[in-house]
Design a protein. Sequence first.
Length: 529
Amino acid sequence: MKNNLRNIFLFGLLILIAIGTGVYFYYLVMKEPSFELKTQAVSFNETLLATLPADFEDEHLNNHVFSPDGKKVAYIITRNNLVSVVVNDSVGIFYEEVGPPHFSPDGKTLAYKAKRKSNWFMVINGDTSDYYDEIDYPCFSNDGKMIGFCARKKDKWYALVNGMQSKPYDKVEHITFSTDGTRIAFRVQRNNQWCMVVDSIEGEYFDNVRDFAYSPDSKHFSYAARKGDSWYIVTDTGKTPSYDAVGKPLYSHNGKRFAYGARKNNQSFIVINGIESDKYDGVRDPVFSPDNRTIAFPARLGNYWFYVINGKHGELFDEVSTISFSNDGSRYGYWGKRSNVMFVIIDGVLSEPYADVSTPYFSPDGNTVAYGVKEDDRWYIISEGKKYSALNGILPREILLEHFRLKVDQTGIYIRRENVVALTSNTKKVVYVCLQDRNYYIGINGFTSEPYDYIGGAVSAKGLGISLPIEAKDGMLLLSSLSIMGISTVSMGEIYNGTPYIHISPDGKKIAFGARKGRELWWKVLPLN
């Protein structure tokens, strides 16, 4: 009897080992599911984080990255034809090449790729991964606990997450973590066909797959896929009928509604929970309000664009921006352009016409809205009927990357700079980043700070890092450089959010931001008196 029990136990153990070998990569991130996402506390202690070396080249002075918590800054130095990543004046190991440093969302992990003797590897908080012939850039889960990257060894690619390696494929791209960090997905290529691998399970193979998304509760997923000339939206429960084109799939914040743009027989429309909207000549991706009660999307009839908000048509324009909602979802705003003038539209009401405007920003309680406007080669902040000087330039103006312009309907990628305008609810302050020639300033209700040589760090999202130093002269905003670093392909038309420029303390009495003054890299704190 004892021997039988022992044999049964050993047999069961062998089965568990065999199963575990195949699915450990999946269960690695399924052990402790938690649906509560935590936000890393931002430091409100002013600190000189680093001083750039005297021989640091001027052209790289702004190529630094602040951690999300404001406690670290990272940059790259060169010595004797070797390079090293420096964190807060602490010099790392020198390598032949390094990629741009990436901080995790919680600020606790720094990762970058490095090269030594033709071998590439990932450096994660000083520890190195295995060697590879080619390696992509790192990405993190929302809580910062999971780190992933794609790498090639000989002719095969792998996905790696917290040191665990996937099966080999002809190509592996775009690791995506679920909202709660418990699930992993990535797209792979085999025999010139693409599929999504979700929790180590391969989906159907197509000619192309893109725009993978998890639902907010992480229980569901969706993505766009093409087979021949037909496009589909694929979900965890099946796939839609075929279309001539599809946009990005989108879940409402409570996960109860699911929407995407589609095109069939030269007509474009939005599909919401399987129901098609009215037909238009063109549409762009929809947006759900934070309270889930409103869905809005830009639509085109002839040469004119307008917003469709819960089925109602807005004003006609030559072009419209991405829509912004207040935190409670009760208010909305966007800009529209007619000929050579622009308007800001708040809750359906048009502003005065201006030569240029920015995206609107709402206070946390939604009672106050602010936006930038350009008059006579000068920029101003408009809020609650008051006009505050923004010197020669203001940063909240979205930046359009024409290089990634879509051929049909989409106009490109707008980088919406997050928190370059910030509003308090209790102290009624409007805080913004503005420029005068080559200097940066913090504006507070029309009063400007001391000048800085640079404010902010690299814009980053989903592995994409873009350094966008800006100058303001004669009312013109000029990109002094544009360098693309990161993922190998960019999803066209996607909105990339920048790392926040301004942080407001919970009591609304202080602001914090990263800045360069000369060769000093500061985490600055100013009072909101």
